[in-house]
Design a protein around this ligand. Sequence first.
Ligand code: F6R
Length: 242
Amino acid sequence: MKIVRAKDYNDMSRKAANIISAQVIMKPNCVLGLATGSTPIGTYAQLVEWYEKGDLDFSEVTTVNLDEYKGLPRDNDQSYYYFMNNNLFSKVNINLKRTFLPDGMEPDSEKACSDYDKVIASVGGVDLQLLGLGHNGHIGFNEPGTAFEAETHCVNLTESTVKANQRFFASIDDVPKQAYTMGIKTIMQAKKILVVVSGEDKAAIIKEAFFGPITPQVQASVLQLHNDVTIVADEAALSLVK
Ligand code: F6R
C-alpha cells in the first residue's frame, strides 16, 4: 500500500488526477472504475481541465461506476448517473456507450446485479478503480458487516442514510431505500486501486482502515490485502498517521 501525502484538497485532487491520466495515457482503451461522492469532484474537475488543454483523450476509455440508487431514473439530479454526467461524462470526449453504472431502473435486483457483473466481465475487468472512503469505512455501498465475498448486490440503506438523504428530495417517500453496489470481491479484482481521502473528519477512519485489523466491520480494511493500492490523502486526513 502506497500513501501519497497531499497538502490540501486541491493538491489531493491534482495528484489523484495525475494517477488516472497516467493510466489513460499508458492504456488509452483502459477500464476505469469510478466513484461518486464529494471527494472525487476535484479530481474529475482536474481531468476535465487537462482534457480541455488537449492533454487527455477519453475516446477509447470505458468506465464502470461503483453504485447507483435503485428506483432513480438517470435524469434525476440525485442519481449517480446524473452526477457522473455532470462532473465528467458530458465534459470530455468519452463515448457514452462505454460508460456503465448499475441500472437503477431495473426493479429485479437479482437481474440488475448479475447483469452488472456481466458488464464488468465483458469489458475485461477494471484496470484502475477510484474509491472514496465512508466515515464508517464503507466503500461503494458496502456497509460494515457485509461479506467480503459479495459481488454486485442490492443494499438496503440504513435508516440514518435515508434520513440524511431526505434533504435532497421532496419527501421521505421519494428517498431511495435501496441501492445497487459492486461488492468487495468485485472491487478487489481491479488491477489497481486509488483511494482519495480528504479532511480531518476522515482521520480516524484512515487510521482504522489501513493500519488496523482487517475485518468486515471496516470494509476498506480489506484493501490492505490488495497488491496495488495507492491512497492519496491530504494532511488533515492523515493527521493521525505518522
Ligand atoms: C460513491 C460511494 C461512496 C463514497 C463514500 C465517501 O460512489 O460509493 O462509498 O465514496 O461515501 O463519500 P464522500 O466522498 O462524499 O465523503
